[in-house]
Design a protein around this ligand. Sequence first.
Ligand code: FAD
Length: 561
Amino acid sequence: MSTTSSDYDYIIVGGGTAGVVIASRLSQYLPTSRILLLEAGPDAVNDPAVTDPFPWMELFMKGYMIDYSTTPQSYLNDRQILNPAGRLLSGSSAVNVGVWMRASSTDYALIAQKAGDKRFEFKNLVKYFKRVETFWDKDADERYHGFDGPIKTTGGRKYPLGDTILRTAENLGHQLNKEANKGDPTGLIQTTQCYNATSESSCERQHSAKVFDLSKVDVRCGSPIARILFDDNKTATGVQLVSGEVLNAKKEVIVSCGAQKTPQVLMLSGIGPSDELSKNNITHVLDSPYVGKNLFDHNGLTQFFKIKHPERGLVYPFTEKTRKPEYGQGISWEWIVFNNIPKLDLAPILASDNELAVNEGLHPHLQEKRCHFMTIPWYFPIALTPMYNPTIGHDDGKHIAFTSLHLLPLSRGTVTLRSADPSDNPVIDPKYLSTATDRFIMHRAVRATLSFISTSPLAEQLDGETPPAPEGYSGPAWPALTAESSDKEVDDRIRAFTATIAHPMGTCALGTVLDDEFRVKGVKGLRVCDASVFPEPVGAMPSLTIYALAEMCADLVAGRA
Ligand SMILES: Cc1cc2nc3c(=O)[nH]c(=O)nc-3n(C[C@H](O)[C@H](O)[C@H](O)COP(=O)(O)OP(=O)(O)OC[C@H]3O[C@@H](n4cnc5c(N)ncnc54)[C@H](O)[C@@H]3O)c2cc1C
C-alpha cells in the first residue's frame, strides 16, 4: 500500500488532558512512527486567559470552555446543571482549578478489581504519578513524589486565616495529614496546585500542551472528528473529520475526547448499545451495551459566610490586586478536609439502597481509608454555584466560602445521543443524588461545613451565612443555614443549589467497554483513555489520576509496560 500524507501510524482523537500526554509520549517512545493529534477546539496554549489561572469568565467568553448542561435532575428540583469542560488544545486541563491530588488506595483497589488488573492499584500507579510531576516541596518523600516531571506544582502558602482553619479542624478531631499522597488522604491536608511559580507571588497554569512536548506530533486543531472508520474485520482504520476528510491510522486510533464526548464518538462510529444505534439509524459495528452508561460526577454545595473584621484583610481572592508573597502562588485556599462517615451511620443507608455486602461489612463504602466527602474552605466567595448571590463578587473581601463536596457517588447516569449529527452535544443525564446514600452523604457534608463554621476559633471570626439570593428569584428568602438548622432546611438548600464541580467520569469503563489495556473490547486497533475509563469514582480531584492513566496507556501502546 502506498503511503500518503493522510496516513499515520497512530491517530489520537481529542487533544485534551490525556490525549496530549499519549501523543507526546508516543512520539518520544516510538520516534519513527507518524503520530497525529486531532483537537476540536483552538490552539490557545499561550493565551494569557489560559496561562493565568484566574480569569474563568474569559474562558467561557472566548469559547475555550463549553457547557454540557445536564437534563433536568429530578433530585435537584428539576434543574439543568451547568457542566463545563475545556474545548481547546489541553482540554479541561487548560480551564480547571488546578488542584493536584491523589485519592485513597482503597479507591484504586476497587478500580483495579473492576478493571481486572492490579496495574491500577495505588502502589502500581505511583511510578506514573511521579513521572508526571515536579513536586513543589523538595523535602517531600521521594518514594511518593516526582521532582523532574513536566507538571510543576505549588503549595505551602500562609494565609492570615490559615492557622485558624488548622486549629478549627483539629478541634473537630481532624488530624493534620502531612503526606496525603501515599494512599491515605484522610484528615486535613495542605493543597497543592498544578501551577508554575513565576515569582514569589505569581504563577502560570500547567496544562497538558503547555508542558508536554508535541514537537514531533502532527497537531491539528479545529478538527473535530465525526467518526472512527472500520474495515470488515472490525479493525479501526482511521477517522473521518466533520469536514468529510479521511485520515488513516495504520496501527491504532486512541480516543481521548473526555467523559461526555468519547461515548458519543464511539456511538456515532457504530459502537454502543444496539437500541441507541438503531434509534439514530447508525450502522452497527458492535453492540457494546455499556458505552455511555455508568456516568458519575462530584456534586458540591458552596456557601458564603461573612467575615466579622473584613478591614483586617483576612480574605481575598488571589488576583492582580491582592497578590502578596506570603500568599504564595495559586488560588486562595490552603486546606482541604477529607472526611469519612462512620460505618455504623452509613451501613443502614446503604442497605436501604439494596447495596450488596453491607451486612458483612464488605461494601466498598465501608472499607478503611475511603473518604466520602470533602470540606473545602476558600478565602474568597468562589462561585461554584452559578447565580448563587450575584451581589457578592470575588473581590468583595467580606466573605469566605465553603464547598461541601460529595466524592463517592453511587448514582449512575447516562450519555446518549441527541442525534446522529456529530456537531450536536450528547444528552447528559448524571441522575445526580438519585440514591438515598448519595443524598445522605451530601447532607452529612453540609452538616460538616456547618459544624466547621460554628467551631472555635473560626466561629469567632465569622458572622453567619449570607444565604443565596439568585438574580430574578422572587420566592421567599432563603434562611441562613447554621448548625441548628433543621434537616429540611439543609435538604431544601441541597436540592436548590447543589452543582457539579465538573468531574464527569465512567462512560466507557475499564472492565465493561474496555479491557485492562484500554482496548475497546470486540474490535481491533482502538483504545480509549481519558476520564471516561473509570469504572468507579476516585474520591479526589481526578486530573492527576487521568495524567497517570495516560502515561500508562502510552507505555502499553509502546510495549513498555
Ligand atoms: C471548570 C473545571 C474545574 C476543574 N477543576 C479540577 C481541579 O481543580 N483538579 C482536578 O484534578 N480536576 C479538575 N477538573 C477536572 C479535570 O480537569 C478533568 O477531569 C480532566 O481534565 C479531563 O481530562 P480528559 O482527558 O478526560 O478530557 P479533556 O481534558 O476535557 O479533553 C477532551 C478533549 O477532546 C476534545 N474533543 C471532544 N470531542 C472531540 C472530537 N469529536 N474531535 C476532536 N476532539 C474532540 C475536546 O475539545 C477536549 O480538548 C476540573 C474540570 C473543569 C471543567
